[in-house]
Design a protein around this ligand. Structure first.
Ligand code: GAR
Length: 199
């Protein structure tokens, strides 16, 4: 499987995936490119330091269609057949999703379907839940709503801030994403309705 990872910022999930690939924990996976929609994303540097081709394709000055077309052409040129969204903070169009139907993964910092969208950790704190976590799911046309591959639970402490809760969830995100990706790359799963079941 040739992976393309899309980021917008820090890129710690991308680094976790890159380190897992390098450690041999995701047999059959090769990261072919990291693409950021932000020129100054710290993750670009982190990818380059790991010898991964990393490219910024900014949205500025382009329509959404042009932006996505450019991303798709890079993914195609790099022969990418599986996309991992890792803190990529843009919604993908139906056309983009169609081009990689069932082959786009995302990580979200809550136990979906609770708290989709932006600021999931803040939403969890404000709602007063005692547990939150993270979810890796397939991407479909609806926001943070595709079939769930893997989830991890994280406790919410009484004295948590958005920062402390986010940090606790992030530790689990890194492990969960690598595990979910290993499952998808292995092909040892089937999707029954919305359920992703290990074979
Ligand atoms: C992560 O917490 C990820 O789950 C979240 O952004 C952060 C990116 O961190 N993604 C979303 O909220 C998507 N809706 P990273 O750049 O260090 O991986």
């Amino acid at each position: 499987m040739n992976l393309g990872i899309l980021i917008s910022g820090r890129g710690s999930n991308m680094v976790a995936l890159a380190d897992a690939v390098r450690a041999g924990s995701i047999p059959g996976a090769e990261i072919r490119v990291v693409i950021s929609d932000k020129m100054n994303a710290a993750g670009l540097q982190a990818a380059a330091e790991r010898g991964i081709i990393s490219i910024a394709i900014e949205r500025r000055g382009r329509t959404r269609e042009e932006h996505e077309r450019e991303i798709l052409s890079v993914l195609k040129a790099r022969e990418v057949n599986l996309i991992c969204l890792a803190g990529y903070m843009r919604l993908l169009s139906c056309d983009f999703i169609e081009a990689y139907r069932g082959r786009i993964l995302n990580i979200h910092p809550s136990l979906l379907p609770a708290f989709p969208g932006m600021d999931a950790q803040r939403q969890a704190l404000e709602h007063g839940v005692k547990f939150s976590g993270c979810t890796v799911h397939f991407v479909d046309e609806n926001l943070d709503a595709g079939p769930i591959i893997e989830q991890r639970i994280v406790p919410v402490h009484d004295d948590d801030t958005v920062e402390t809760l986010s940090a606790r969830i992030l530790v689990e995100e890194h492990k969960t994403y690598a595990e979910a990706l290993a499952l998808v790359v292995s092909g040892k799963y089937e999707t029954v309705g919305r359920r992703v079941i290990r074979k």
